[in-house]
Design a protein around this ligand. Structure first.
Ligand SMILES: *[C@@H]1O[C@H](CO)[C@@H](O)[C@H](O)[C@H]1NC(C)=O
Ligand SMILES: *[C@@H]1O[C@H](CO)[C@@H](O)[C@H](O)[C@H]1NC(C)=O
Length: 319
């Protein structure tokens, strides 16, 4: 009998080397399937919600002009827009089986301020709505967001926050691979219209441009996962701005007037709740992780949020 490993080796041997990398090939939400752009087909006639992108090769500079959407960032000639209600989980599928298990997963939104078609991605301001870095273990041999993405059928599910104002957005799913340096960036974007929603605009500190949101000196992008320090390091500094909704106003938080619970960044270090976090019921904030097959942290949401299953691997506190 042919083992899975044998099959994988046999498969990779016959594929062109470009297929060692890849990108987001499709999306799904609400029971609908949305095919992405096919970078190796003729652009003529392609009609998809995904922004055109050019190559399976990684972007290897955090300041690359194409880092917004893995291309010049323009819409396609027959660009579509997907409609998604705020509060809906969106799943992005990378090509299978995604090969890079070490590094973070990140999802961003950018409001186009009107129709997105005609808007170039590098002119937009992005805010981060989801991230998963080092989940457990050490930087050297731990389990990362990227590994979870692979375990989840090479896909990643992010829920559109119900607080995001309705409007036209680009959604940018990204996996960053740290197995070699420079770090490899694999971002793709889709054009969506968010309906419903709330009134919580991202703060200035939560907004970045791409390029601009990352720098060549970010510790999370220059980290040597094979170095000696990595063998004992159990925290990972996430690249990019603070998460949307984390209440970051741009200056360091000052005196603790109220004990605010950790926001959804708890997903990043779910296995290691901070010593000060009480493990009593009702501690997980809105959008925080509260369940999932590999999750070991607190499971009760602060009132009035309810723990809602996104998929077998991930539940979060939603209104
Ligand atoms: C896994 O992902 C592929 C797309 O890459 C999709 O066709 C398939 O339905 C997914 N399987 C499950 C169980 O979600
Ligand atoms: C880390 O999480 C993964 C996924 O749940 C699990 O399989 C693994 O055993 C965990 N490792 C450690 C060291 O806790």
């Amino acid at each position: 009998m042919l083992s899975l490993a044998t099959l994988l080796i046999a498969t990779s041997a016959v594929l062109p080397t470009a297929f060692a990398h890849g990108g987001v090939l499709s999306y799904s939400w609400g029971g609908q399937w949305y095919w992405g752009w096919q970078p190796y087909n003729s652009a003529t006639g392609q009609t998809t919600i995904q922004r055109p992108w050019s190559s399976y090769n990684p972007i290897t500079s955090p300041t690359d002009p194409t880092i917004a959407c893995n291309d010049n960032g323009a819409a396609g000639a027959l660009q579509l827009t997907g409609t998604v209600a705020a509060g809906t989980p969106i799943t992005a599928y990378w090509n299978q089986v995604w090969p890079h298990a070490y590094g973070p997963m990140l999802t961003y939104l950018a409001n186009c301020g009107g129709s997105c078609t005609g808007v170039t991605a590098s002119t937009l301001k992005w805010f981060k709505i989801d991230q998963s870095g080092l989940i457990n273990g050490t930087v050297f041999n731990g389990f990362w967001g990227d590994g979870l993405m692979i375990a989840q059928n090479s896909s990643w599910t992010t829920t559109i926050p119900s607080t995001v104002p309705a409007g036209n957005y680009l959604i940018r799913f990204e996996t960053i691979a740290l197995h070699s340096l420079p770090a490899q960036f694999y971002p793709e974007c889709a054009q969506i219209q968010i309906t419903g929603g709330g009134t919580l605009a991202p703060t200035a500190a939560e907004l970045v441009t791409f390029p601009g949101g990352y720098s060549t000196t970010d510790p999370g992008l220059t980290i040597d996962i094979y170095g000696q320090a990595a063998e004992t390091q159990t925290t990972y500094p996430m690249p990019g701005p603070p998460l949307y909704g984390s209440g970051s106003s741009g200056s360091a938080p000052s005196g603790p007037t109220t004990t605010s619970v950790a926001p959804s960044s708890s997903k990043v270090s779910s296995a290691a709740p901070t010593s000060s976090a009480p493990s009593t019921p009702g501690t997980v904030a809105e959008y925080g992780q509260c369940g999932g097959s590999s999750y070991t942290g607190p499971t009760a949401c602060v009132s009035p949020y309810k723990c809602t299953v996104s998929n077998a691997y991930y539940s979060q506190c939603l209104p």
